[in-house]
Ligand binder design. Structure first.
Ligand SMILES: Nc1nc2c(c(=O)[nH]1)N[C@H]1C(S)=C(S)[C@@H](COP(=O)(O)O)O[C@H]1N2
Ligand SMILES: [Mo]
Length: 343
């Protein structure tokens, strides 16, 4: 099977800008809204922003399928529309995979269910991965790249929710967020949700190239490798994480007066428990946590009555249903802390 672009490979649209964009708009204490406004959403475009004319645009689904499909935007909109609300998290710089950046939002997406569309094409025997191609290309960190290309295991489809989105928060997808069509893989880090999508290709193996197989692959721990695990692990499923929304950093609190410590928690498997510390992580108490709804983030809260004057660090840590927890440091999902002062 060929991995070369099929006949009908598009001409790249104008890129504006034609170099990387990284716009971070909200810090954790500014994410009080349950659904993040589209204008408040961070923008990550490694190669620039293609400005796509929707008239000549189409999506090709090919590779290990029974019937290759070519679909216009009108074809996609004519199919049943699915809407989901989901956490959207950038895993941080691919050059610094252990540094937390807490670029996270919770959004609603409207579009076509990916699994339903792949059923229409018919998944052929032997297909194991889905490669998705964006219209953006150029060079990143000195390495040339034809198209932004990512892959995901077809097993992910069983968990549901994967979408080809043409709407963000009920409005057409803005150019910076992938107009006219993007992939949305809820529960996976944002890097997998390919914007400016033009091709989905089913294959029997992982994709090659800068963004799929070089960057965005974590080194496994020596113990994992000794236990027969692969040495590198693609950055797919979101690890347990939480952010403290309030109090805000450097808040001044009154001794003896109760305050609510609250925030959001999420992971691929959802979050089963959040613990909060008001003494820099020396001790933790279990917070109240709302149940998971779909792929949304979950609100946690804990009432705290500060007794001691002076500075202290608040911290929150999330656990998924398998007991996996946020590490204190040295990982992209390390515990978030907030310094406050009690007077
Ligand atoms: N085609 C394309 N898709 C892409 C990217 C990109 O550079 N090109 N960046 C990815 C990364 S790293 C993230 S975090 C999300 C960001 O989506 P947003 O800009 O809509 O918030 O898009 C992903 N999809
Ligand atoms: Mo990202």
């Amino acid at each position: 099977m060929s991995s070369h672009p099929p006949a009908g490979t598009p001409v790249r649209p104008p890129m504006e800008p034609a170099s990387g964009v990284r716009r971070i708009k909200l810090a954790p204490h500014q994410t009080a809204a349950r659904v993040t406004g589209a204008d408040d959403l961070f923008v990550i475009a490694h190669l620039g922003v293609p400005r796509v004319d929707p008239a000549p645009w189409s999506l090709t689904i090919d590779g290990l399928v029974q019937r290759a499909l070519t679909l216009t935007l009108a074809d996609l909109k004519a199919r049943p529309k699915t809407t989901i609300e989901a956490v959207h998290e950038c895993c941080g710089s691919p050059m610094e995979p252990k540094t937390p950046t807490r670029r996270v939002a919770n959004l609603t997406w409207g579009g076509v269910d990916l699994a339903a569309l792949l059923d229409e094409a018919g998944i052929a025997p032997g297909a194991r991965f889905l490669w998705s191609y964006g219209l953006d290309g150029g060079a990143f960190a000195g390495t040339p790249c034809d198209w932004y290309l990512k892959d995901l295991p077809l097993e992910r489809l069983a968990a549901g929710g994967a979408l080809l989105a043409y709407e963000l928060n009920g409005a057409p997808l803005p150019a910076e967020h992938g107009f006219p069509l993007r992939l949305v893989v809820p529960g996976y880090y944002g890097t997998n949700s390919v914007k400016w999508l033009w091709r989905l290709q089913l294959t029997d193996r992982r994709a090659e190239g800068l963004f799929a197989s070089q960057l965005y692959n974590d080194a496994a721990d020596p113990e994992e490798i000794a236990a027969g695990q692969p040495e590198r692990r693609p950055v797919w499923a979101i690890a347990p994480e939480s952010i403290i929304v309030a109090p805000a950093p450097d808040a001044v609190l009154a001794r003896g007066e109760a305050v609510e410590i609250w925030g959001w928690a999420w992971s691929f498997r959802g979050v089963a428990r959040v613990e909060v510390s008001s003494d820099g992580g020396a001790s933790f108490r279990e917070a109240t946590l709302e149940p998971r709804r779909g792929w949304q983030w979950q609100r946690f809260s804990l009432s705290w009555q500060p007794e001691r004057r002076g500075e202290t660090l608040l911290a929150a840590r999330a656990f998924d249903g398998n007991g996996a927890a946020q590490p204190l440091d040295g990982a992209r999902n390390a515990v978030h802390t907030v310094r406050v002062e009690v007077r």
